[in-house]
Design a binder for this molecule. Structure first.
Ligand SMILES: [Zn+2]
Length: 142
């Protein structure tokens, strides 16, 4: 596994931090927008509607928060291990192509391994779905 030299490490961390800033700004905007949506929806909500879910942009906020968490972890990892862009799958260690990292700076796996993982995830979800609510998440209450 190739370690980054001092210069490259600096560049990588800077790039990641810029990306982090972008994402944090995006999240802030979404939060602000959500607050406005909430306010508006509360105004028009009648008491009998109080059980209905407000128009919160969770499907977009959640993955964004996840990305920010991952980014922070990645920055710490690069600082500590001086490694970046190497597939983390056991027995792989392939370099992740730069193009892939440009689109997704927190990619941890090469395309091949990611595909395999996605497939496994899908199968896992299928099994979890069959055995009922083992995750404890029962979805929104209607
Ligand atoms: Zn791999």
């Amino acid at each position: 596994m190739a370690k980054l030299d001092e210069n490259k490490k600096k560049n990588v961390i800077e790039g990641l931090k810029n990306y982090l800033k972008e994402k944090e700004a995006e999240l802030k905007l979404l939060y602000a927008k959500t607050r406005i949506d909430l306010k508006n929806s509360q105004k028009i909500m009648k008491p009998e509607d109080s059980l209905s879910l407000p128009n919160v942009d969770l499907p977009r906020i959640n993955p964004l928060e996840e990305t920010i968490k991952e980014l922070k972890k990645t920055i710490l990892r690069v600082e500590k291990t001086e490694e970046y862009g190497t597939c983390e799958e056991k027995d792989c260690g392939e370099e992740i192509p730069e193009d892939r990292l440009k689109i997704n700076p927190i990619a941890k796996f090469c395309l091949e391994c990611q595909k395999k993982r996605d497939k496994k995830d899908k199968e896992k979800r299928k099994i979890a779905g069959m055995s009922g609510t083992r995750t404890g998440y029962s979805g929104p209450i209607y």
